[in-house]
Every structure is written in C-alpha cells, then in structure tokens.
Design a binder for this molecule. Structure first.
Ligand code: C2O
Ligand code: CU
Length: 510
C-alpha cells in the first residue's frame, strides 16, 4: 500500500517544530559532496533534444549506514541534471512508476502552459484508482474532482523551449495538495541553461563550477524520511492542518543529497550555483574560515533568472525556498589545508552548518569575474506599468472542516476559479504583503524587485527574479512585462507546505 511505499511516519509534529531524526547522525564534513550526473539525450530530432526520466522508488544510503526509501527522478536524489543551450528546445519524457500521480514543473522555465505542470495535470501511475489510503497531503483534496484534470497514462512528454536567459532552473513535483511531501521524498532535480555570451565571460567553469542543492530532511527510526503526515484518526476535525502550518523543517542539512558534505577544492575561484530546495527552511549563508573564525567575502554574480549587470559583494546571503543565487568564492586567499565552512546563520545546533570546502592544493587560475556581467537585464520603469495589483499572503480558514490554511487575497487555491488575467506585452506592478515569511513565486515570468517595506530593495535583490522572499509583515513591489505564452499559469508561496495548504492562485495569460 501507499503507506508502506511512502515509508512515512505518522507522528504529528508540533507547529513550526523542527523534526528530530531518530537515527544517529554523521559528524559534519566527512561525506564527499556528490555531483548529480548530467543526463544524456536519448535522441535529437529536428533540433530538439529528447530526454527520458523514469520516476521510481529506490532505497539509498543518504546517512552512512542508514537505508532510506526515496521517490526519485531516474533513481537518484537529486535527479539527473539536464544541461541545455538557450533557445534549443528539449523534450523530457517522464514515466511514472511511483505509487501516486505526479506533476512535473520546471521552476523558472518560460514554458507553454501545456508543459508547465499545472497541479491537476497528472501523470498517473499504473492502476491508479484515487487517493485511497494516501496521506501526507495538506490541502482540500479535491484535485481528483476538477473536471479539467488531465488524466493521461504512465508517461508524458514535457517540452521546454528554453528561450530565456541562461540560469539554474530546477524541476520538481507540483501536484495539487501533495507537492510538499513529494519534494521531501526526493522529487527534485537541476536544469542548467547556458549560452555563448555567458561562456565567453571566463567565469570559473568545469570542475570549478558546482551546483549546490541545499535541502533539510529528517529521518525516522527505520531510516525512512520523517514527515508529519496527516493522522487519519484526526481527519475532519477543526484545526487538523495545524501540524504543518509553519512548514516542515528537518534537523539534517543535505547538499546534493549528502549530509553536511565536504568538497576538496583548488586554491582558485569557484562558481557556486546555490539553490534552496528546502520545503520551508530559510538560510542565511556565509563562508567561514574554520582556522580564524572569520567570515569571508564573496561575489554574487547572478539571481534566479540569470546574471546580474555587475557583481555584488556580500558577507552573507539570505536564501528563501526556491531562490537561486550564483556566487563566486575565491579559495586562493586561503592557505592550503584550510577548511572553509558554508554556514547557515539562521540555524541552531547542527543546522548551523551546511557543508565545507577543504583547500587541497595550489593551482593556476585563468578564470575572471568581469565588471560587466550582462547588458540584457530588463529595466522596466514604473511609468510603463499599465496596472498595479495588490495581493495579501496571510493565514486564514479554508476547506470544509474550517482548518487553518494559507490564503492569497483571502482565498485558498481553487483550480476551477479564475484569479488574475494578464495580457501579453503588458507591464504590471504587483504589490505583495505578507503576515509571516512567504517566498512568493510567479510562473512564466521574471520580475525585478522595486521596493521592500516602502524602501529600496536589498543588495541581494538585484537582477531578474522569479521568487521574492517576503519577510514577516513586509510588503514588496515587483515589476514585470508579461511575455511568453498564453494559457493558465500559477503564482504561489514556495514554502511547499503553505502551497499545499492553499497559498496558490491561477494566472491566466491572454
Ligand atoms: Cu518551484 Cu510553482 O514552483
Ligand atoms: Cu508561505
């Protein structure tokens, strides 16, 4: 059955509590950093690269000596990385051999609606007969009743034109009400888009470019991924969603699927492509020289949607769920032998540490970080905006049982309701306001952050974004031009539990 297949514990968690693993955790900086394999296309026809991914359950050793059942793209967590060229379309054929329906979304991709992974646009597993016995979802559970739900068979082709700025994208599950537990179990992978202009800059590349997918998890006594699944005996009672209200946090920090890993580096510049793939955990990342305890400066070169205009110096970087930051760290400033820790200044205890770099050897370095990184960043002016819209992101009551959920403009997600209609070509300003921390993500478009709390945005808010981290009580203005494709898209909070508990809305592009 599903419970066994999912391997989840039914222990409810206290609101906002961090789950505590019930297995021994390894000491930090012992496990080598894994690098997800790059997927090869199975065919190229008419200039379109075709990839195949089978979604399936595997048992893997994430913690040394502990066997953990995972839901994977292609047998690994993270899934295989897809590397693409700007403007060269790819088709990814996903086959679902998991015990539940799935939906694939390419986060940050400018994708036609048919391939964008609408939450009821399901790839069904063999013999699926409805959600009987399934648990771990947080929403209203009516996805199956949406008359527009597309129910296909075991495989589905997603086509991505990738006609967009080069950047680090990621693909992950997006099924209505069940996104958070599906990502937690392992359904996430990277997709890098490159182009000639970026490669001509001379940034660190090859083994000196590292994608780092950071995600927290917790492990139950039997080695399975712990998750506060809905206890069936509580179903239908008011307040039943309370266990997940703040989002689920684990006490183990994984980078590319390994706990607190270590990576040997040359004394040279490295380009680190950071992604926070956690369900709910926020990080404030900093590099610390373990020898003298000093925090080390680094350069931000890119945001969610590609390169900045010019590099920006930081000593720390807040990274909300789904955000990507492209940074360059110069390890040549450290003596050989130095351990440089990547720390999370928002963590406590073991979640204060993320991973470490061991400076292993002196090496030549002909990489550079040019003063001008890109010249194609859109600079939409306020005066160009034809419309300003307001959206609140707040807690509220939802569902038949009146349990707590998360709402946009006072409403929980409903696939049958039309929320916002935008016109291709229009420039719009959106004013967003939050009660607690909400990382707000828009599909299809990239935007610029105009203001935060009525003031200028932070130094790390530059560039083109697809996710803006609203802090508690904060408002922000973003500006975008709607470009790309007509159809039905989404915007939502990327705290994955908030998303499953209703904090998502429809966006019709006409
Ligand atoms: Cu990364 Cu709609 O999500
Ligand atoms: Cu949220």
């Amino acid at each position: 059955g599903l419970t066994a297949a999912a391997g989840l514990s039914r222990r409810p968690a206290a609101t906002g509590a961090e789950l505590r693993s019930a297995v021994p955790l390894p000491p930090p900086f012992r496990v080598p950093l894994p690098l997800p394999a790059v997927l090869e296309p199975v065919a190229t026809t008419g200039g379109v690269d075709r990839y195949e991914i089978t979604q399936r359950e595997v048992t893997a050793e994430i913690l040394p000596g502990v066997r953990t059942r995972l839901w994977t793209y292609g047998g690994t967590f993270p899934g295989p990385t897809i590397e693409s060229r700007r403007g060269r379309p790819v088709t990814v054929s996903h086959r679902n051999e998991l015990p539940v329906p799935t939906v694939v979304h390419l986060h940050g991709g400018r994708t036609p609606a048919a391939s964008d992974g609408y939450p009821t646009d399901l790839v069904l597993p063999e013999g699926w007969s409805g959600g009987h016995g399934e648990h771990g979802g947080h929403g209203q559970g009516h996805a199956m009743h949406d008359p527009r739900a597309v129910t296909t068979d075991l495989t589905r082709d997603y086509t991505f034109p990738l006609d967009q700025r080069p950047t680090l994208l990621w693909y992950h599950d997006h099924r209505m009400d069940f996104t958070a537990p599906a990502i937690w179990r392992g359904l996430a992978g990277l997709h890098i888009v490159r182009d000639d202009a970026e490669e001509a800059l001379g940034l660190p590349a090859g083994p000196r470019e590292l994608p780092l997918m950071i995600a927290d998890r917790a492990f139950a006594a039997d080695g399975s991924l712990d998750y506060p699944s809905l206890d069936p005996t509580l179903r239908g009672r008011p307040g039943v969603r309370e266990p997940y209200l703040a989002g689920v946090l684990g006490d183990v920090v994984l980078v590319n699927g390994a706990p607190w890993p270590v990576h040997e580096v040359d004394a040279a510049r490295y380009r680190l492509r950071l992604l926070n793939a956690s369900n709910a955990r926020h990080y404030e990342l900093a590099f610390v020289d373990e020898g003298d305890g000093r925090t080390v400066e680094f350069l931000q070169i890119g945001a969610d949607q590609g390169l900045l205009a010019a590099p920006v110096k930081h000593f720390a970087l807040p990274v909300a769920p789904a955000e990507r930051y492209d940074v360059v760290v110069d390890f040549s400033r450290f003596p050989v032998g130095t351990l440089v820790k990547l720390v999370n200044r928002l963590g406590s205890g073991r979640t204060r540490e993320v991973m470490a770099f061991r400076v292993a050897r002196k090496a030549a370095d002909d990489s550079r970080v040019p003063a001008v990184l890109s010249t194609d960043l859109p600079t939409w002016r306020r005066s160009e905006a034809v419309r300003t819209r307001d959206f609140s992101f707040r807690a509220g009551r939802m569902g038949e049982d009146g349990g707590h959920g998360w709402l946009i403009g006072g409403l929980p997600f409903d696939p049958a309701r039309s929320d916002v209609t935008v016109r291709l070509g229009d420039v719009e300003i959106w004013r967003l306001v939050a009660d607690v921390h909400h990382p707000v993500h828009l599909h299809l478009t990239g935007f610029r952050i105009l203001s935060r709390g009525g003031e200028a945005p932070f130094a790390h808010d530059g560039g083109l974004k697809d996710t803006v981290s609203l802090r508690p009580g904060e408002s922000a203005e973003i500006i975008t031009r709607w470009e790309g494709y007509r159809g039905r898209y989404l915007f939502h909070c990327h705290n994955a539990e908030h998303e499953d508990m209703g904090m998502m809305a429809n966006l019709q592009v006409t």
